[in-house]
Design a protein around this ligand. Structure first.
Ligand code: AHR
Length: 634
């Protein structure tokens, strides 16, 4: 291979934001992951109020229940009530964290809780971290509980002699736990029972896991897109992400079920909630810490279209648009503005320097563009300095993607368009030239979510290489493509709803996949400009038959019985699914499929059905005939 670079040419400038991060609370990426809180269901707001909790009765005559009588706040109305007649050796509860609580020898753990005493309770709360055998690894006492709700803080020092690493598999039985017991008779109410390691990222209270943040910082990302992803949409509107729920006192941030609870679970079916302890203030702060431009995404008045598809009527979009406008004030406004004041009260009087805002996640069709236009007009009138990010839908090259780009061509205002690609490695290799022919006059492109998906959705070196190949095309077209991010970012081993992912972790270990190292290499070595380059490649040996190069996957909800490629009436390839043989690489150009005459066909027959990698290594148009059978009612 001979590479020739025109070093004298001016080249194309590459945006400092070219390589960044996409974060979503999926796979326990936030709660149970990046957010260092060790207690799960700390406010007793899960559908099963005692989820992740168990009772501890050491010879007591007592009962425990969930109450909502004069709660700490109306946002999280439930709390734990211990009614103790005889405390015995202690009565209370134990929290099992997110499949166990990981503690390290020689480290401090910060306990906080809200407590209220009644009926003459004058005892103390014993708080301990115990291993799965009941051995106490560290403890503290909280005394003089007031009769009004009061926040109490204490420290548990785990001595160096304790076990250095506990066996805490996510779904295992050997699990450490946080035990809170009362030692006297009376009534005691408890809420927001929390345990954090002292050693969070930058030692911040309500902080983030230092090892996970370090992985992100090491990438030197240009931006961080947050908080998702589909959780922005919610499975229904009640479940949608509303940033105002995620700022201020953590006790008053209303918990919300995680939309990924309803997704396919590989190996775990928990109640998965968003505590919002990692909220918009913390996201902005994280961006600042790791030098990434903040790219928040807000709900545009639409729930997930794959699920309920619930829509806010156009005439009732006001509160959603208000959220968007207020978010700009929260990030950038002066401290004497309402939302700038909230930011300042949380400890950050300086602005967060917000410049980009995503309107909706993967929305599509007319309902999206009707709503997008309302947001666009309101935001541009109030904040022309904010660059808006528009979505082209969940796929590329399908009918919704076409509709979006047709609209941009026809004048729908768009600055940056967010495109998502979850495709086989072969697609990524083949699409390295995707933007070479892109319309230079239209909006810029944000490759906002991408990952090469193997058939079994493992992270592989091949997938990472295909992403790298694709990214060379993004860079080469840096005049069109301004931002790009792999997705999803995090996966907690044993607790995933989605794979592949960039970074895997468990309670105390973290691992970067080959794709992580690709992203890191690109990000850390981002050029200021791209110079014209030509590549001379010697002739390659031809594969044995069309599509036999050996990489290929089929992502569909249909099960295929016949997969035949013909050209000029001559059969060139017949997939033998029984034998596991697959096409080398192919891509449809239409994307609108329907079942007609017993076969799956494209809706736009005037276009070639399929492009496939031919013997000579060139992409060629073929006719694809497919017979499909629907699976399991989908
Ligand atoms: O990255 C996982 C999901 O993929 C995101 O939530 C969504 O935007 C896309 O469908």
């Amino acid at each position: 291979v001979t590479v020739t670079v025109d070093a004298a040419a001016p080249g194309i400038p590459v945006s400092p934001l070219m390589h960044g991060l996409f974060f979503e609370d999926i796979n326990y990426g936030a709660d149970g992951g990046l957010y260092a809180e060790l207690v799960q269901n700390r406010s007793f707001e899960h559908a099963d109020s005692f989820y992740a909790w168990g009772l501890v009765n050491r010879g007591a005559d007592a009962s425990a229940g969930i109450s909502a009588e004069t709660p700490l706040n109306p946002n999280n109305p439930h709390f734990l009530r211990l009614a103790v007649r005889d405390p015995g050796e202690g009565f209370g509860v134990a929290n099992y964290g997110f499949g166990g609580i990981a503690v390290r020898a020689g480290e401090n753990y910060l306990v906080s809780l809200r407590a209220r005493a009644a009926d003459g309770f004058s005892g103390a709360l014993a708080v301990a971290i115990e291993d799965e055998t009941g051995r106490v690894l560290g403890r503290c006492r909280i005394e003089n509980i007031a009769t009004a709700w009061t926040r109490r803080d204490a420290v548990i020092a785990v001595p160096p002699s304790s076990a250095s690493r506990l066996p805490v598999p996510f779904t295992g039985t050997g699990r450490a736990r946080l035990v809170v017991t009362a030692d006297a008779a009376g009534t005691i109410d408890l809420d927001v029972i929390s345990l954090f390691p002292e050693n969070t990222w930058k030692q911040r209270p309500n902080g983030l896991r230092a090892d996970l943040v370090q992985m992100l910082a090491d990438m030197r990302p240009g931006f961080l897109r947050f908080p998702g992803g589909c959780i922005v949409e919610g499975s229904d509107l009640a479940n949608a992400y509303r940033w105002k729920d995620t700022v201020g006192d953590i006790a008053a941030r209303p918990e919300n079920r995680n939309r990924w609870q309803h997704a396919l679970h590989r190996d775990h079916a928990p109640q998965y909630y968003q505590s919002y302890g990692l909220g918009f203030f913390e996201y902005f702060q994280l961006c600042e810490d790791i030098g990434a431009a903040p790219v928040p995404v807000i709900n545009c008045g639409m729930a997930c279209q794959y699920q309920t598809g619930e829509l806010v009527p156009l005439g009732e979009l006001g509160p959603f648009v208000r959220d968007a406008l207020d978010l700009v004030e929260f990030a950038n406004g002066p401290v004497d503005s309402k939302w700038g004041g909230v930011r300042a009260a949380m400890g950050h009087p300086a602005p967060f320097n917000l410049k980009y805002l995503g309107i909706g996640n993967e929305q599509w069709g007319e309902p999206y563009f009707e709503r997008y236009t309302v947001f666009h007009d309101a935001l541009k009138a109030a904040h022309p300095e904010i660059v808006l990010i528009t979505t082209s839908g969940p796929g590329v090259d399908d009918q919704w993607w076409r509709l979006a780009w047709d609209k941009f061509k026809a004048g729908t205002p768009a600055e940056i368009v967010d495109e998502h690609y979850y495709r086989p490695p072969a697609w990524f290799f083949a699409q390295a030239d995707r933007y070479d022919r892109h319309d230079r006059a239209g909006p810029k492109v944000f490759a906002g979510e991408f990952a090469a998906h193997e058939t079994d959705r493992r992270n592989t070196l091949r997938a990472a290489l295909s992403e790298a190949a694709f990214m060379t095309g993004l860079l080469r077209n840096a005049d069109v493509v301004t931002m790009a991010a792999y997705a999803p970012l995090f996966a907690k081993s044993g607790a995933t709803q989605w794979a592949p992912d960039l970074v895997w972790f468990d309670h105390d270990r973290v691992y970067g996949t080959p794709s992580y190292h690709v992203q890191k290499a690109f990000s850390r070595h981002r050029p200021d400009r791209v110079l014209p380059t030509t590549l001379a490649v010697p002739p390659q040996p031809a594969p044995a038959y069309p599509g036999s190069a050996g990489v290929g996957t089929w992502h569909s909800r249909a099960e295929f019985k016949d997969f035949v490629i013909t050209r000029g009436g001559r059969e060139l390839f017949r997939a033998d699914f029984a034998g596991g043989k697959q096409l080398a690489a192919w891509q449809t150009r239409g994307g609108a499929w329907a079942i007609r005459d017993g076969a799956l066909r494209q809706e736009n027959p005037d276009e070639p059905d399929v492009r496939a990698l031919a013997v000579d290594g060139a992409w060629t148009d073929y006719t694809l005939s497919v017979k499909a059978r629907k699976l399991g009612g989908e």
